[in-house]
Every structure is written in structure tokens, then in C-alpha cells.
Design a protein around this ligand. Sequence first.
Ligand code: ASP
Ligand code: MG
Length: 409
Amino acid sequence: MGIIVQKFGGTSVGSVEKIHHVANRVILEKEKGNDVIVVVSAMGKTTDELVRLAGEMTSRPEKREMDMLLTTGEQMSMSLLAMALQNRGYKSTSLTGWQAGIRTEAVFSNARITEVKTNRVESLLNEGRVIVVAGFQGMDENGEITTLGRGGSDTTAVALAAAINAERCDIYTDVDGVYSTDPRYVTGARKLNGISYDEMLELANLGAGVLHPRAVEFAKNYGIKLTVRSSMEETEGTLIEEDAPMEEHLVVRGVAFDKDIVRMTVVGLENELTGFPAVFSILAENHIDVDIIIQSKLDTGKVNLSFSIKESSLDETLQILGRHKDEIGYQEIEHETNLSKVSIVGSGMVSNPGVAAQMFSVLAKHEIQVKMVSTSEIKVSVVVDSNEMIKAANAIHESFGLNRSAVEA
Ligand code: ASP
Ligand code: MG
């Protein structure tokens, strides 16, 4: 029998009853003869509530203190679940992220895992214990507590699974799998039985909140079999693996959308050769995620550089670019808010030209203006006005034959 890593999200551990229910799911796996490591998120909306509390103290909390605060959420759930398991007669030990050997880079609020030291987890497993690990947290080389970014418990689970050579990593959540698009906004969204790592990675990066992108990255790099399934019902869920077969006649697997995009424009770059790399290395040094990049040449010979960022990075980006104005060499910075990104993802695109064209015609038919475009082998993204995001997503989802009724027919 192997080692199974189970991860339960915030909704799944949202109340006393739900934690008891999670204990049942854990016991079921344990009774099959497996060793079980459970990773938990904070209960319900605890993390949001802690963020709100911090805001009552200061409008600009230091990131270190935020991490100290937010990591307490997961510690509540881990100890409560361990108690519930002990109450059912199972040996169980809860561990914080650092006790479980999760080491990270020295970055607060969005650290990457650098190493997992598994000796403690392994020896506890050898004693027949169920290990409950607090997700979303680790420790850096200076002994500081760090967090892995919102939604990071998924990454804790997959990193542990990879380090300990687990047979499977099951992500239990409040939906029954990965959907072709967000069912809350698109009628006809349907559950996928399978999806490839690459497609899932694109969807996760594009804002499909069901999985933390770094978790998918880990799973891909280490070939971890990952499932997303419901913590409430006994259903199959979605299997994420290297090659997930594409349903016949489909080229697109899913449609993702993401609000709160800002288009930044660095107007009048004086020196294209030095200015272009300067902008992006300065942003990278400050951990600002830049997405779509467009460069346009002006009649004057100067260059405008546009790129998209998340709205949450706007203030910081403006400050940073302002501070480095002389070094970069530009006239001014402009920005446009209230934008959204809508994307299609599917490995079928590789061998089917015309997918982007079809997307643009659908948008044109619905009179939706496209402001920026980016493509990769298996993805096309467009930036549109936020007021048109849902309309665009619905139209595209239908046009590529992804609606539930279309596929079942
Ligand atoms: N509790 C953290 C959050 O809400 C981490 C997680 O749930 O994965 O973002
Ligand atoms: Mg999550």
C-alpha cells in the first residue's frame, strides 16, 4: 500500500461538523491500508477575516506580520482535525508547515517552496500515525515563517506528495472537479473527467481558482497523479495527468476569465534597447507579475511599451516605475483599469489552425472590443472591458462546442 496525500480546502473544514466529516474521509483512506498525510486550509473564510483584522490595525501591514497572522488559520484546522481523528481512535499528529519540513525562499506573502525535509513526516508515518499538516506555510533559511500565496495549501499538498513519493494527491474541495469554465457565470459549464498538466497549468494561471498554479507545476514536474474531487459527495472528480485524451470534435478544453486587469503603458521609451529590459527586470526584482506585453513604435522613433498586470499590483507598479524613471528613460506612465482577460485553453489548438480566428469572430459578432491579445501553443487570451467579460466567456464557451447540452447531444 502506498502513501496518499489528501488536501481539504477551507469550505471542507468550515465547521465542527465538516471537520468530523473530513475525519471520516481520512479514515476511509487509512482503512484501505494506506499511509495518509492530510493537508488542511484555514476554516471557511478565516484567512479573509484575518486580513480584515490586520486592516483594522494599519492600512499597510508589514508582510512579515501578515504571514505570522495568516499562518494561524491553518494551525487551527490542523489541530482540530487531529483531535477529531484521535477521538475516533486513530493515532494522529498535527504539524505546522515548518515542522513538516517545508522550506521556502526568504520572501514573505508569496514564497516558493525550495525543499521539503521529510524525515519527521516519515518517522511519524512509520508509527502508523495520520499526519495532519497546515497548508500554505513554510519557513525560510532565517527561521522566519512564510506563506505561499493565497490558495497555497494545494501547493503544500503536492510538494509533500512529490517529496515523499506518494501514490496520489487528492484535492478535496466544494466543487466536484475541474469545469470547462466557471459554472457560476457560464450556463452549460460542465465537469471534465480529465485534463492535462499543461492545460490545467494554463487555466490555473489564468485565474481558474480551483487549483493553485504552483501545485500544478509541482505535479507536472514530478509526475504526481492529481485529482480534484468533492469533499461532500462520493464522485469521480477530475484526474490531472500528462496526457488527457481530448474529446472528439473538441479543440478547446476550457474557458477562463479573470477580472481586475490593468493595462500599463510606458510612453515614449527613449532607448528601446536598454529601456525594454530595464522595465521588466525592475518589475521582476519586485515580484510584480507581468502578463501580456505589447511594444509599438511611434512616428517619432520612440517606443511605447504596454503590459498587463493585476489590479492589486497597480500602486506598487506605479511607485516602482516612478522611482526608476531616469534609469529606464521614458516620458510618462499611463494606465487603464476596469479590464478583464478571457482565455481559451486546449491542447487541440496545436494541430488546429484557425482557433484564434474563430475566437475573434465570435467576439466581433457580439461587438466586444479586443484591447490586447496574447497566445501560446495551447492558449489564446484577450483583454476586454470588464463589463463584457461574462458575455464574452459565454459566447466563446458556446462557440467552441463546450456547452453541456452540445456535448451530450
Ligand atoms: N487559507 C489560505 C487562503 O485562503 C490558503 C489556502 O486556503 O490554500 O488563501
Ligand atoms: Mg483553493
